[in-house]
Design a protein around this ligand. Structure first.
Ligand code: ATP
Length: 362
C-alpha cells in the first residue's frame, strides 16, 4: 500500500483549528478502501515559536520539509507580531525556499452557498487563478535608508525575470488547456508599468504560440475587478503577477460566498521539492478558539493535495462529501450565515466519506 509523508504546519490563529480538521478527514479517507496511507508529522512553527525562540521556523526548517511528499499549512499571522515578520518568516520562506512558483486558486460556488452576486448562476463562476509565487512585487528586494529621519527613503522593488515569467505563463497555458473551455486571461498593467509588465505581455504572446488551442485574452488588472463582478462567465483560467493575483483571488473568494471556503496550492511543478497546500484565508484571530472556523477551505485544499499526489479518486470522493455537506444549510458555519461548529462540519464530512461508495479509480 502506498504511504505518503505529510508535513502539517497549523501555524497561527484558526490554522490550529482547521489543520487538525483537515487531518481528520484525510484519515477518514485513508481509512476507507482508498489504497493509501498517510504518515503525518506536525511542526509547531508560527507566532508562538517566534515569541519563544525569536524565529517563526528554525533556520534549518526547510531540511525537515524536503523529504515530505506534501505540506498542509494553516495560516501565519499574529496580532502581536508585525505582518511582514510572520509572512516572510514562514510562508514566503517555504514558498521561495522550495521553489513553489505556481500558486493555484480554484474558485467555484459550492452547492448550498448563497453567493453575493445576484445575477450570477453557480455555473457562471468556475475559475482558476494562477499566481506567480516567487518574485514580482514580493521579491523582497528593496530597503530603507535614513530610517526615522525626515529624509527617509523606502523602496520595494518588483523583480520580474524572463525565466520566472515564462515558467508561470507556461504553467497557466497548460492548465487552461486541460480545462474544458481552454480559455486563459492574462492580467497585466502594462499601460502604466512600461518595463516589466510589457515583458510579461511579450512573454505571454510568445508562449501562446505553443498553445494554439487555447483562446487567450489580455485584461488590465483594474478592469479585471469589474469584469469579475459584471461578466464572471467570460472567465475561466486567469494568470497574474504575485500582487495582482493576491488581490484578485481574495475578491474571487468573496464572490464565491466566503473567505472560509477557498483553497490554495503552492506548487513546485517539477516535483523537485514538496508542494504546499493551504486554505486561502488567514489566521482570523477574531474567531480563534471559538470552534466556529469554517474548515471547508482546508478540506478543498486537502482534495487539491490528493490530486497532486495522484490520488484523483480520493480527491473526488472528498469533494463529493464536502459538496454534500455545504448543500445542507444546517451545516453552515457563521461566515455562511449558519450556526454549525468546526467539529460538526468535520464530523459530517467524515460521515459522508465513510458512507459514500468509492469512485472508480481515475
Ligand atoms: P491574516 O492577517 O492572517 O491574513 P486576517 O484575520 O486579516 O488574517 P483572514 O483570516 O483572511 O484575515 O479573514 C478575514 C475575516 O474573514 C476574518 O476576520 C474572519 O472573520 C473571516 N474568516 C476568514 N476565514 C474564515 C473561516 N475559515 N471561517 C470563518 N470565518 C473566516
Amino acid at each position: 500500500m502506498k504511504s505518503y509523508r505529510i508535513a502539517l504546519i497549523p501555524g497561527d490563529g484558526i490554522g490550529k483549528e482547521v489543520v487538525p480538521a483537515g487531518r481528520q478527514v484525510l484519515e477518514a479517507l485513508a481509512g476507507t478502501e482508498s489504497g493509501f496511507q498517510m504518515e503525518f508529522e506536525s511542526f509547531d512553527w508560527g507566532g508562538d515559536a517566534y515569541r519563544k525562540h525569536g524565529e517563526m521556523m528554525p533556520a534549518n526548517g526547510l531540511d525537515a520539509l524536503r523529504g515530505k511528499d506534501a505540506i498542509l499549512f494553516g495560516s501565519a499571522g499574529d496580532p502581536d507580531i508585525p505582518d511582514h515578520i510572520t509572512l516572510w518568516g514562514l510562508r514566503l520562506k517555504i514558498c521561495q525556499g522550495l521553489d513553489q512558483y505556481a500558486n493555484v486558486r480554484p474558485t467555484r460556488i459550492l452547492p448550498g452557498i448563497d453567493a453575493p452576486l445576484k445575477r450570477c448562476r453557480p455555473e457562471d463562476l468556475n475559475w482558476v487563478i494562477v499566481r506567480e509565487n516567487t518574485e514580482g512585487e514580493y521579491s523582497g528586494a528593496g530597503g530603507r535608508v535614513h530610517q526615522g529621519f525626515p529624509i527617509e527613503v523606502a523602496t520595494d522593488l518588483s523583480v520580474m525575470t524572463r525565466a520566472g515569467v515564462e515558467r508561470i505563463q507556461r504553467y497557466a497555458f497548460k492548465l487552461a488547456q486541460s480545462r474544458p473551455r481552454k480559455l486563459l486571461t492574462v492580467v497585466t498593467k502594462s499601460n502604466a508599468q512600461r518595463h516589466a509588465m510589457v515583458m510579461w505581455d511579450d512573454v505571454a504572446r510568445e508562449v501562446a504560440k505553443d498553445f494554439p488551442d487555447v483562446a487567450c485574452d489580455k485584461e488590465m488588472v483594474d478592469a479585471m475587478t469589474a469584469r469579475m463582478v459584471n461578466r464572471p462567465a467570460s472567465l475561466d483560467t486567469i494568470v497574474a503577477t504575485n500582487l495582482h493575483a493576491d488581490i484578485l483571488s481574495d475578491l474571487a473568494a468573496a464572490l464565491a460566498g466566503s473567505l472560509g471556503i477557498g483553497p490554495t496550492a503552492n506548487i513546485n511543478p517539477e516535483r523537485v521539492y514538496p508542494s504546499m497546500f493551504e486554505p486561502i484565508h488567514g489566521s482570523a484571530f477574531d474567531i480563534m478558539g471559538k470552534g466556529i472556523a469554517n474548515p471547508v477551505g482546508t478540506f478543498w485544499t486537502a482534495a487539491m493535495m490528493l490530486d497532486h499526489l495522484g490520488e484523483a479518486a480520493a480527491a473526488a470522493r472528498l469533494m463529493q462529501a464536502v459538496e454534500q455537506v455545504t448543500a445542507n444549510p444546517a451545516l453552515h458555519t457563521r461566515d455562511l450565515g449558519g450556526t454549525a461548529t468546526t467539529a460538526q462540519v468535520t464530523e459530517a464530512v467524515c460521515a459522508a466519506i465513510t458512507s459514500s461508495r468509492p469512485l472508480a479509480t481515475a
